[in-house]
Ligand binder design. Sequence first.
Ligand SMILES: [Ca+2]
Length: 254
Amino acid sequence: MWWERGVVYEIYPRSFQDTNGDGVGDLRGVADRLPYLARLGVDAIWLTPFFESPMRDFGYDISDHCAIDPSFGTMDDFDALVVAAHGHGIKVVLDFVPNHTSDLHPWFQASRAARESPKRDWYIWRDGNPPNNWISVFGGRAWEWDEATGQSYYHAYLPEQPDLNWRNPEVREAMLAVLRFWKGRGVDGFRVDAMRQVLKDPQWRDNPAAPGWDGPPDVYRALIPAFTPTSTRSRRSSPRSAARSATSTCSWPR
Ligand SMILES: [Ca+2]
């Protein structure tokens, strides 16, 4: 399989190639460099997130999974990039970020609006401030108190990156629709971000203290992530095969 033995070249579009002089790399810049990548012998390019985002985590905080952030170009630019890449025999792998969204995503805006919201359970809300001792990978408590609804939501990373609740079947279906959307646009596969964070302990138990830790108590390594996942933020993982079925539009309910 190409993704088992192929050379996969990671591209961070923001810093790769700017084509319109605004100082931010863009999708056209990636397309412009395809002949160079082909000469290198690259079999696939892995594009880090270029989706609509407030960029609190430089694209890993997505506010619309099926829209291109204007700083990177347009959907036409993306479609042209896929065609051009395939013309060079280069596969296109996208970053899939299943664990969390931006707090500005319409799903989270609906979720935080009220406890009775149909999307309340799409994210992880618990009583208590904080509900347990879990620490964010970026430091500090992993729970953000919401004064208006009197509960806390969980975020493995930034407070602006609330974690989705993958135990909710509607969430799973909505996120699979994202894969189908991009597969329908010709994408060859996905690299999955922060996969180990996706499921949390359903009993919400406190993580145990890390033996011998003598650093600050509010950093991630102060605890053993027994009930949250492993302790480093590596984003290296194998590209996954794309979803088999394809549709032309994102089909989740807004
Ligand atoms: Ca640019």
